[in-house]
Design a protein around this ligand. Structure first.
Ligand code: ATP
Ligand code: MG
Length: 231
């Protein structure tokens, strides 16, 4: 398959969505995000924020309506096409068993140790990695079980920045994160937003400040839309 480059325009066109079991979570959801724009999603628990970003990642597909990337329904392309142009950091980030280094390099297997350390420093993951028993060669355990949620998110950030995708999705962790890790994550967000189309599910005010558009989600619909100053 021939893979056209992605600029990163993302459009939801009258999207309905329900999980296999449940009732409709999204109803006639439409949204146009120009390439390079950062969108923050806020709203109560269960309002549908994760569902929206999971659809962007194509972990699920719309039940009705379409999601377009650069004007093309993503279902007309392979899963791999999107996966190779999209980076994500999930609410419950998943790491692979292997070392910290393997996990950062995943998706850019040719990356040198120097590049890996550079992105880890960029997202402020380097300090905690250096404190691990074997540094970058520390085994993270099954699914990353030896690390905290915040630490796993930072490693996912480093991975995403190394891969340098035009589209980036962050579903911020709700679990308690210590102040130092939180500051590192804020720093990582600033780095990753630059020049990308980003969808950021935010639980902290500090995360929202730098977004171009803020969407307030309620019951699967956008009830308010604006900039940080306007809202
Ligand atoms: P939170 O702030 O707690 O992360 P959220 O805004 O991300 O909440 P979603 O996870 O998108 O909310 O959930 C929206 C609705 O979809 C909720 O009613 C939830 O129970 C339901 N839901 C979410 N995931 C699934 C699933 N895998 N199967 C069935 N229903 C689901
Ligand atoms: Mg969620």
């Amino acid at each position: 398959e021939n893979w056209p480059e992605i600029h990163g325009e993302v459009t939801f066109e009258h999207v309905d969505f329900h999980y296999e079991s449940g009732e409709k979570v999204l109803r006639d959801f439409s949204l146009e995000v120009p390439a390079g724009t950062s969108v923050a999603l806020v709203g109560e628990t269960g309002s549908g924020k994760s569902t929206i970003v999971n659809l962007v990642c194509r972990f699920y597909e719309p039940t009705k309506g379409r999601i377009l990337i650069d004007g093309v329904d993503y279902r007309e392309r392979s899963q791999l096409w999107l996966q190779s142009h999209l980076g994500y950091v999930l609410q419950s980030p998943h790491l692979f068993s292997g070392t910290v280094r393997d996990n950062i390099r995943y998706g850019r297997l040719d990356a040198s140790d120097g590049e890996i350390e550079r992105v880890a420093k960029l997202v402020n993951a380097h300090p905690f990695i250096s404190r691990l028993e074997h540094g970058y060669d520390t085994e993270v355990g099954e699914g990353g079980s030896r690390l905290s949620t915040g630490e796993k998110q930072l490693i996912s950030f480093a991975r995403a920045i190394l891969a340098d995708p035009p589209i980036f999705v962050l579903d911020e962790a709700t679990s308690s994160i210590d102040t130092e890790t939180e500051m590192a994550i804020q720093h990582a967000i600033q780095e990753v937003l630059r020049g990308r189309t980003s969808f950021i599910v935010a639980h902290r005010l500090s995360t929202i400040q730098n977004a171009d558009i803020i969407l307030v989600i309620e019951n699967g619909t956008i009830v308010e839309q604006g900039t940080h100053e306007a809202l």
